[in-house]
Design a protein around this ligand. Structure first.
Ligand code: PML
Ligand code: MG
Length: 278
């Protein structure tokens, strides 16, 4: 008989519960077999109590058994790294990635500016690419992509694969699982993200056609503000279907996509093609 799986979710804040105005510190989730519940909960607790954004004084952890028949299995997106010298070059590259994913250049620039100017949210912004309006039902919270992780049985292979590429860290493991789910959501044409951890400056643009495009810098070091935008095209799908996929559908990655290599922007897009907005 197959082992039971459990979805463990954690969110933490400083200054009290998020709902009472606390500052978001960390949010994470895992899908693990029963024997890993204790170690997973304790590592999530440790993360909230020793986070570079500060020590959480509110931590919420929930645990729920998953029905195997409800799981949809996915492969992870192929990874490409774009090596940039600084965040300005990274943001010019991100605009080019969003454009390649199907947004017009004005749409791509507007999306990047929205993320740069956004308040720190617990969830992501879900933006209509035509009107540039936010579509999340709760604008204080944003929308959270939840119910995803790597299949426990491929975790050791994943770590060895990422290790070989110099990418075996928790940011990459979690972001790649999330982006691989989000890219398959009905109506999502692209996602852009950079970390809110002050010492982690990398981010990515992901889409079904582009895969997971990492940019080595998308914000200056020392900045504790980051976030995500999911770019939604209402001509391609219904908003409720998209929200259901992001927030309710359990997805597990049981196949590891390839690594396509490391490129400069010129190498990848052609000489000065990304020169917009520099
Ligand atoms: C995060 O840490 O919250 C997001 C990190 C995104 C980039 C991860 C990577 O290096 O690919
Ligand atoms: Mg973080």
């Amino acid at each position: 008989m197959q082992k039971k799986l459990y979805n463990i979710k954690m969110r933490s804040a400083q200054g009290g519960n998020h709902k009472k105005g606390g500052q978001h510190i960390s949010g994470a989730e895992r899908i693990v077999p029963e024997e890993d519940i204790f170690s997973t909960v304790s590592s999530l607790l440790k993360r909230s109590l020793t986070h570079s954004k500060g020590k959480a004084d509110f931590i919420n952890i929930s645990l729920e058994e998953i029905k195997r028949e409800e799981i949809i299995y996915l492969s992870s997106l192929p990874i490409t790294t774009l090596e940039v010298r600084n965040y300005k070059e990274g943001r010019a590259g991100a605009i080019q990635c969003l454009h390649t994913a199907g947004l017009s250049l004005p749409q791509a620039r507007a999306i990047l500016n929205l993320l740069a100017e956004a308040p720190s949210l617990r969830g992501a912004m879900l933006i209509d690419i035509h009107t540039l309006k936010r579509l999340e039902p709760d604008l204080q919270r944003g929308v959270r992509a939840t119910g995803m992780d790597w299949a426990p049985e491929i975790y050791p292979r994943l770590e060895a694969f990422l290790e070989k590429e110099g990418l075996n860290n928790i940011h990459v493991r979690e972001a790649l699982a999330l982006a691989s789910k989000v890219a398959r959501a009905p109506g999502i044409v692209a996602e852009i993200c950079w970390s809110d951890d002050p010492e982690y400056t990398a981010g990515y643009v992901a889409s079904p056609s582009l895969g997971y495009m990492r940019l080595t810098h998308l914000k200056p070091a020392g900045v504790a503000k980051g976030g995500r935008i999911f770019c939604f095209d209402p001509c391609q799908a219904n908003l409720q279907q998209c929200l259901h996929w992001l927030e309710e559908q359990i997805t597990v990655i049981n196949e590891i996509g390839p690594c396509k290599g490391i490129f400069s922007l010129n190498n990848y897009f052609g000489e000065n093609k990304y020169g917009v907005n520099r």
